[in-house]
Ligand binder design. Structure first.
Ligand SMILES: Cc1cc2nc3c(=O)[nH]c(=O)nc-3n(C[C@H](O)[C@H](O)[C@H](O)COP(=O)(O)OP(=O)(O)OC[C@H]3O[C@@H](n4cnc5c(N)ncnc54)[C@H](O)[C@@H]3O)c2cc1C
Length: 806
C-alpha cells in the first residue's frame, strides 16, 4: 500500500512539474505522500506530525517571497556572486544588443510550436519581386565571373549599373533615395547575385551591411543623414567600414587605433577635432572607398569635451580625400577579386562634430552600435551568399550526376554519389529555410542576436560542406578552372564566409553559446544583473524562477526520454509531429544540461570552449530543424519536400544528440554527468543519421528533370542554354532526360537477350540496326551524347594565355 501511495505522489509531482508548476508540485506531492503514508499505517503519529510541520515550514518559507528572501536568498546571493561569470563592459554591451525570439523558446525547454507555426514571414513585396525580375536578372546576365577574375575587378559598366540601379542603397529608405528593402528582399538579391559572381555579391553586400549607411540610419545626426545617405544610395559615395586591425581581429574592441581630441586653427578658424592614427587591414571596398567608416578609441587627454580621458570605442566617418590617409593597396582574398585592402591613417585631422557618427552624444558608444547592427546584420549577408553557393551546387550536381556517365551509368545512380547528393539537397533545404525564418523575424522587428550568429556560422559551415561534396561529385571537372567551372569559384569563397563578421570558431563558442546562454536563458541574465545591482528582490525572483525551471526540465527531460518524446505537446495535425516532439524533448534536456554545466563550471565555462561549442551545436541544430519544419508547414507539402524535411530533421536531431553526448562525456563533475545521462538518455543514444533509404529518395529527387531540383534552387540565376557552364548543363540535361526512355528500351532489349551486351556508344547503333529503336530515337541518343560531351569538357589554355590567368 505504502508503495502505491508513494508512486501516486510521485506521479502527481511529475505531472505538475512537467507543466512547470515546480513549487506547487513539491508541496502537493509532499502532502500527498505524508497523508498516504499515515493512511497506510506506515508512520508513527509523532513522526508524521514532525514531517508535516517540516513540509509546511518549507512550503511557507519557499512559497512566501519576503520570508524566502530573508531566510534563503540573502545567503545564496553572495555564493552566486562568486560562481556566476562577471561581465566586462564589451560583453555586457554585446549581451544587451538585439532581442530574444525563438531562441528563448528553445532555451526554455518547452517550445511553443503553435507560436512558431502561426508566425508568417513577410513575402517579397511587389516592388522587390520586380527588382529581382528586372535589375537583378539583368545584372546577372551582364556578369561574366570568369572575366571578372581575369580583369581582377568588375568591369566599369557593371560598377555603373550597380550604382545606377541603387544596389548599394538597398537598406537606405526611399525618402533618402534608397530602395528601402526588407531583410528578405535584401537577402534574396544577394543570393541571386552570389550564384553568378561572388565578387559582385560582396561588392553589393558590404554597403548594405555594417558600415556608414547602416550606422548613419540608426545613429547619425540629421545633418549627417542629409549629407551622406542620398549620395550613398546613388553610389556617389562608396563606403567601407574599418574595424579590424593587425592587433585587433576577433578581439576587435582591443583596437589600438586612436582619435585624440584637440584644437587646430584651420584657415584662421579654431576647430575642435580629432587627430586620428590607425592601421586597419582586410577592409572590403577600401581600395575604392570614398567614405571610410572608422572604429577607434577616442581619448581626450586635455579634457576638451569632458572630464574623462578614455571615452571608449567611437565610430566616425572620414572622407577619403582627408590628408594623412594611405589607401588603395589591395589584398588578394583567395583570388576572389572583390576590393579588399589595408588603410593606414597618420595624423588625420577631422572636425569632431562632423565626423563622429551621431555627434558628441554617441562618443564612446561605438561598440554598442556595432553589436546592435551585427545582431541583425549577421543573418543577412553571409547566409545569403552561402545559400547562393548551396543552391548553385544543388542545381549543378543534380544535372551533372544525371548527364555524366561512367560504367555506362549516370553517376547519380551510384550509391556512393547518392550520399553526397542527399547531403547537398538536404542542407540546401535546411539552409534556405533558416534564411526565410530568420529574415522573417528581422522583418517583424526582431533583432535576434543569437539566431543571427547561428545563421552566420552554421550557414557558412553549410556552404563549406555542400561545396566540398559538390567538388567530389564533379571530381576532375570541379578542379580545372575556367569559364565552365562556376563551382571552383565558390570553393575559393568558402573561407571568406567562414572568417568574416566573426570567425566561426569564436562565433560558435563565445557568441552563440557563451553569450547566448546568458542572453536566451529565462533567468541567468536576471541573476547576473540583480547581483551586479545588489537587488535582493530581483535576485530572489530570478533564483526561484530558475529552480522552478530546473525542476520542470529535469522532470520533462526524463519523462520525455522514457516515453520516446510522446508526452510532448506538439502540433498533432502535422505529419512531422514526431520531429516536433523530439525537439521538445531535446529542448528540455538542453536547458537542464546547460544549467548543470553553468552550475558546475561557473565562470570557467567561458574558457571551456569545447563544452560551450557543443552546447552551441545543440542549440543551432535545434534551430535549423525548427526552420525546416516551419518551411514544410508553410508550403509545398509534396512528397519531395516530405523527404527533405525528414532528412533535415533527422540530420539535426542526430547532431543535437551527438552534441549533448559530447558534453556529458566531458563534463568534469562525473557524478553529475552520470545522473544527467540517466535522465537525458535513459535508453541510450537512439537517434541515427538519415537512413540510406531516405538519403536515396532525397538524392533521386534532384536528379533528371524532377521538380525538387528546380524548387530547391529557385533563388539562383540560371544562365541561357547557349552559355558554357550551368547554361549548357541545363540544356544537356533536357536532352539527356529525353533520351532516358530510349536508353531503357536498349537496356531491356539486352536483358531480354535481343541485343548483345556492349558499351553504350556501340549499343545505340546496334539497337538501331536491330530495329529495337527507331532512327528518330537514335537521333535523340546522338544529341544527348553530343550535349554530354560538351558539358563534361573542361577548359584548356595555350601556354601564353595560361601565364596570364588568375
Ligand atoms: C575577405 C575579408 C574581408 C573582410 N572585411 C572586413 C571589413 O570590411 N571590415 C573589417 O573591419 N574587417 C573585415 N574583415 C576582418 C574579419 O572580420 C576578421 O578577419 C575576423 O574578425 C577575424 O579576425 P582575424 O582574421 O584577425 O583572426 P584572429 O582574431 O587572429 O583569429 C584566429 C582564429 O582564432 C579564433 N579565435 C579568436 N579568439 C577566440 C576565442 N576567444 N575563442 C575561440 N576562438 C577564438 C578565431 O575564430 C580564428 O579562428 C575581413 C576579413 C576578410 C578575410
Amino acid at each position: 500500500m505504502i508503495w502505491i501511495v508513494l508512486l501516486l505522489a510521485l506521479v502527481l509531482f511529475a505531472a505538475l512539474a512537467f507543466r512547470g508548476l515546480g513549487f506547487l508540485a513539491w508541496i502537493a506531492a509532499t502532502g500527498a505522500a505524508l497523508v498516504g503514508w499515515r493512511l497506510a499505517g506506515g508512520a508513527h503519529p509523532t513522526l508524521l506530525a514532525a514531517c508535516t510541520i517540516l513540509a509546511l515550514a518549507l512550503a511557507i518559507v519557499f512559497g512566501l517571497p519576503p520570508l524566502r528572501r530573508r531566510l534563503v536568498s540573502r545567503f545564496v546571493m553572495p555564493v552566486f556572486a562568486k560562481v556566476l561569470p562577471r561581465l566586462g563592459d564589451t560583453e555586457r554591451i554585446a549581451l544587451e544588443a538585439g532581442t530574444v525570439w525563438w531562441d528563448g523558446d528553445l532555451f526554455g525547454g518547452m517550445p511553443d510550436w503553435q507560436k512558431l507555426l502561426d508566425f508568417s514571414p513577410a513575402p517579397l513585396s511587389a516592388e522587390e519581386q520586380a527588382f529581382m525580375d528586372g535589375p537583378v536578372e539583368e545584372l546577372c546576365r551582364r556578369l561574366s565571373d570568369w572575366e571578372v577574375y581575369q580583369q581582377r575587378d568588375l568591369p566599369p559598366e557593371i560598377w555603373r549599373y550597380i550604382k545606377e540601379q541603387r544596389f548599394l542603397g538597398m537598406i537606405i529608405p526611399k525618402e533618402h533615395g534608397g530602395l528601402g528593402f526588407s531583410a528578405i528582399g535584401h537577402s534574396r538579391v544577394v543570393t541571386r547575385i552570389a550564384s553568378r559572381s561572388v565578387t559582385a555579391a560582396v561588392t553589393v553586400m558590404v554597403p548594405n551591411s555594417l558600415g556608414p549607411g547602416e550606422l548613419l540610419l540608426h545613429y547619425g545626426t540629421d545633418a549627417q543623414k542629409q549629407k551622406y545617405l542620398a549620395r550613398l544610395a546613388r553610389g556617389e559615395e562608396i563606403p567601407c567600414f574599418a574595424l579590424t586591425g593587425p592587433e585587433a581581429g576577433s578581439d576587435a574592441a582591443a583596437t589600438q587605433s586612436e582619435g585624440i581630441v584637440e584644437k587646430r586653427v584651420i584657415d584662421g578658424v579654431e576647430v575642435l577635432g580629432l587627430r586620428l592614427e590607425w592601421k586597419k587591414r582586410y577592409i572590403t571596398l577600401a581600395p575604392v572607398a570614398t567614405l571610410i567608416g572608422l572604429a577607434f578609441r577616442l581619448k581626450d587627454p586635455s579634457r576638451l569635451i569632458g572630464d574623462q580621458e578614455d571615452r571608449g570605442i567611437t565610430c566616425a566617418l572620414i572622407p577619403r580625400a582627408t590628408p594623412g590617409i594611405e589607401i588603395g593597396q589591395r589584398h588578394d582574398p583567395m583570388g576572389v577579386p572583390f576590393m579588399n585592402g589595408p588603410i593606414v591613417g597618420k595624423d588625420v585631422f577631422v572636425p569632431l562634430d562632423d565626423a563622429v557618427i551621431g555627434g558628441r552624444e554617441q562618443i564612446g558608444h561605438g561598440w554598442r552600435m556595432l553589436m546592435e547592427s551585427l545582431a541583425a546584420g549577421r543573418s543577412i549577408s553571409l547566409p545569403a551568399l552561402s545559400i547562393g553557393a548551396a543552391q548553385l551546387a544543388t542545381r549543378i550536381c543534380g544535372a551533372y550526376a544525371t548527364v555524366r556517365e561512367q560504367f555506362d551509368t549516370p553517376i547519380g545512380r551510384f550509391e556512393g554519389i547518392e550520399e553526397p547528393l542527399a547531403r547537398i539537397a538536404g542542407k540546401t533545404y535546411m539552409m534556405t529555410a533558416t534564411r526565410t525564418l530568420t529574415c522573417g523575424a528581422l522583418d517583424a522587428g526582431e533583432k535576434p542576436a543569437v539566431l543571427s550568429a547561428i545563421a552566420k556560422a552554421y550557414l557558412t559551415e553549410g556552404m563549406r560542406e555542400v561545396v566540398t561534396d559538390a567538388m567530389d561529385i564533379r571530381a576532375g571537372a570541379a578542379i580545372q578552372k575556367g569559364p565552365r567551372n562556376a563551382l571552383a569559384r565558390m570553393w575559393d569563397a568558402v573561407p571568406i564566409g567562414i572568417t568574416v563578421e566573426g570567425a566561426n570558431i569564436l562565433t560558435r563558442s563565445m557568441i552563440i553559446y557563451g553569450q547566448g546562454a546568458i542572453r536566451c536563458h529565462p533567468f541567468v541574465q536576471h541573476e547576473i544583473t540583480s547581483i551586479a545591482a545588489n537587488d535582493l528582490t530581483a535576485f530572489d525572483r530570478a533564483l526561484f524562477g530558475h529552480i522552478n525551471l530546473l525542476a520542470r526540465n529535469a522532470t520533462r527531460a526524463k519523462l520525455l526520454a522514457w516515453s520516446g518524446s510522446r508526452l510532448a505537446a506538439a502540433p498533432r495535425t502535422e505529419d512531422t509531429v514526431r520531429y516536433y516532439q523530439h525537439l521538445s524533448r531535446f529542448s528540455a534536456a538542453f536547458e537542464l544540461l546547460s544549467d548543470v554545466a553553468m552550475g558546475t563550471l561557473g565562470g570557467s565555462l567561458k574558457r571551456r570552449e569545447k563544452i560551450s561549442g557543443r552546447l552551441a551545436d545543440a542549440l543551432a541544430f535545434m534551430y535549423l530543424a525548427s526552420c525546416a519544419l516551419k518551411r514544410y508547414h508553410d508550403g509545398g507539402k509534396t512528397t519531395a519536400n516530405y523527404n527533405l524535411v525528414r532528412w533535415s530533421a533527422e540530420h539535426c536531431l542526430y547532431r543535437v544528440q551527438e552534441a549533448l553526448l559530447g558534453v556529458l562525456e566531458n563534463l568534469p563533475l562525473r557524478p553529475a554527468a552520470v545522473l544527467l545521462s540517466w535522465a537525458i538518455f535513459p535508453l541510450g543514444a537512439r537517434f541515427r543519421p538519415p537512413s540510406d533509404r531516405l538519403g536515396a529518395r532525397v538524392a533521386r529527387d534532384i536528379l533528371e528533370d524532377r521538380e525538387a531540383r528546380i524548387n530547391l534552387t529557385e533563388d539562383i540565376f540560371v544562365p541561357p542554354p547557349g552559355e558554357v557552364g550551368l547554361g549548357a548543363l541545363e540544356a544537356a540535361l533536357t536532352k539527356a532526360v529525353r533520351a532516358i526512355p530510349v536508353e531503357t528500351k536498349l537496356r531491356d532489349a539486352v536483358r531480354a537477350g535481343r541485343l548483345d551486351r556492349a558499351p553504350g556508344y556501340m549499343l545505340d547503333e546496334m539497337g538501331r540496326d536491330a530495329g529495337v529503336i527507331t532512327p528518330d530515337e537514335y537521333k535523340l541518343l546522338q544529341e544527348a551524347d553530343a550535349a554530354r560531351n560538351e558539358v563534361v569538357a573542361v577548359d584548356a589554355f595555350d601556354p601564353q594565355t595560361f601565364r596570364t590567368l588568375h
